[in-house]
Design a protein. Structure first.
Length: 188
């Protein structure tokens, strides 16, 4: 009798796990289709203990979309607590801090994100923006160079490199990046 109950409990836990996984996949699909209301409904059906870092991230994105920054920050932190190597949560958290002009907190979170992925040019670009706001032009330049090396087709990177080189009193290099920016903008 005990064995039958154990098997039943085990199969119930597998069913709950699959159900959570299915809800998560469905929520991600609805999120991709910009159906935020259905995404929220599905994610809230998943038990908090079963939510993945991606689930928490999507909840954070949804709250941020609604203008509820405090709730978004909370969800991003839950995402990090679920998987400390999930760089997207650090990135989104840093973006909020950058927007709120909390530059040192933004920098800390961009750096944490970069520990887990170095191949994202936007991470380097946004980190550079935070450094520019703190007038740390040399660090900004280093991050912008990394961003342009990873993807040379982002106009804003070239524009900010022009700005940085102008600040460093290197007008010829600044002009080259400004020309690159203008070429890229004309392609759109």
């Amino acid at each position: 009798m005990k064995r039958g109950v154990l098997i039943l409990l085990f199969s119930l836990s597998i069913t709950v796990c699959f159900a959570s996984n299915d809800l998560s996949k469905q929520a991600t699909a609805f999120y991709s289709d910009n159906n935020f209301e259905k995404t929220m409904d599905l994610l809230l059906q998943i038990d908090e203990k079963k939510r993945s870092a991606q689930d928490w991230l999507l909840l954070g994105n949804l709250y941020e979309e609604k203008g509820e920054k405090a709730n978004a920050v909370f969800m991003y932190q839950k995402s990090i607590n679920t998987d400390e190597k999930f760089y997207k949560a650090y990135y989104n958290l840093a973006n909020i801090y950058l927007e709120e002009e909390r530059y040192n907190m933004a920098i800390d979170n961009y750096k944490k994100a970069l520990k887990y992925t170095k191949q994202n040019p936007y991470l380097h670009y946004n980190l550079a923006c935070a450094y520019i706001k703190l007038a740390d032009i040399k660090k900004a330049k280093a991050e912008l160079i990394k961003a342009v090396t990873l993807n040379s087709n982002i106009p804003e990177v070239h524009y900010n490199l022009a700005y940085v080189y102008k600040c460093l009193n290197k007008p010829k290099i600044a002009q080259e990046y400004l020309n690159n920016y203008n070429k890229l903008m004309n392609q759109f």
